[in-house]
Design a protein around this ligand. Structure first.
Ligand code: NDP
Length: 253
């Protein structure tokens, strides 16, 4: 029931985020209340997902069950990077992030870490070897890891566009930037789609829906920002989903 409410909240928030730009990074504004250091903000807001999920999995779940171990490893891989490595990688100058955004993201990660971790304690599936289960697990792990690589690779291209102490922005090129403005977000969406296949539960689906809501709206804002900021910005780029996906599916029908 809580998961359905959580999904409903994401659906309600989607049209709001189509109107209100999330005020951090290039869209940062100083009329959103007190601000804190960007790096510290990232660390604080993402940490609950690692700690709360980690608590349930390490102390209360049966890690000998592959249906629990596999999602636990993938989640931990992602969040160790996001909490401990990403904040150190970003070249953030003296940039700040609104405390309100950190608090909202902290709250999101508390609920998300709790729902995803608690599920494996409360409703652990029993592993029965079978073609469907194995295919689901393997394709999920493959998707998750592919998305992980796409996300990190393009995040790094973006981060390296700027000198170590700078604040400015440039047009990114290389990799999937040929097709879209935000391939890092596309990678994140692919990862959490894979996670749904691996975990195969409602909290994982709710996380994917939240990720879609957050990142589709943010990519739309980034894309518009690039077009406004750089007259020479490649016009054929889409915001987040490459046009060849739609051309391909269109040509099949
Ligand atoms: P952005 O793409 O906005 O920024 C990533 C980093 O690159 C930032 O440090 C940013 O600096 C820098 N950067 C971006 N574009 C440029 C450019 N053109 N020139 C120079 N530097 C640039 O990503 P977010 O900060 O929104 O997100 C970071 C990570 O978190 C991503 O991997 C994303 O997928 C993930 N995320 C996941 C969410 C989810 O719901 N699952 C929600 C939000 C993020 P600056 O910050 O100064 O702009």
């Amino acid at each position: 029931m809580i998961c359905w409410i959580w999904i409903a909240v994401a659906v309600i928030i989607f049209p709001i985020l189509l109107k209100v730009t999330q005020p951090y990074g290039r869209h940062s504004k100083n009329n959103w209340g007190p601000m804190i250091n960007n790096r510290l903000g990232w660390f604080l807001m993402e940490m609950p997902a690692l700690v709360i999920f980690g608590y349930f999995l390490a102390f209360r779940a049966n890690l000998f069950n592959v249906l629990i171990l596999a999602p636990a490893l993938l989640w931990t891989l992602h969040y160790i990077h996001r909490v401990l490595i990403f904040p150190l990688q970003i070249r953030t100058g003296r940039k700040k992030i609104p405390v309100l955004i950190v608090l909202l993201a902290f709250f999101f990660n508390v609920i998300n870490g709790f729902l995803n971790g608690y599920w494996f304690v409360q409703f652990p599936s029993v592993y029965r070897s079978g073609l469907f289960v194995n295919l689901r697990l393997l394709s999920g792990v493959f998707l998750f890891l592919s998305g992980f690589v796409i996300n990190k690779y393009h995040d790094l291209i973006l981060i390296k566009l700027r000198p170590a102490s700078g604040n400015g922005y440039k047009i990114p090129y290389g990799g999937l930037f040929k097709y879209v403005s935000c391939p890092n977000f596309l990678g994140e969406i692919i990862s959490w789609t894979g996670f749904v296949l691996v975990a195969f539960n409602l909290p994982a689906l709710s996380f994917l829906i939240w990720t879609l809501v957050n990142l589709i709206t943010r990519a739309r804002d980034h894309h518009r920002w690039y077009l406004n900021e750089f007259p020479e910005y490649p016009k054929e780029r889409k915001a987040i989903f490459p046009s060849f996906l739609f051309t391909w599916s269109g040509s099949q029908s």
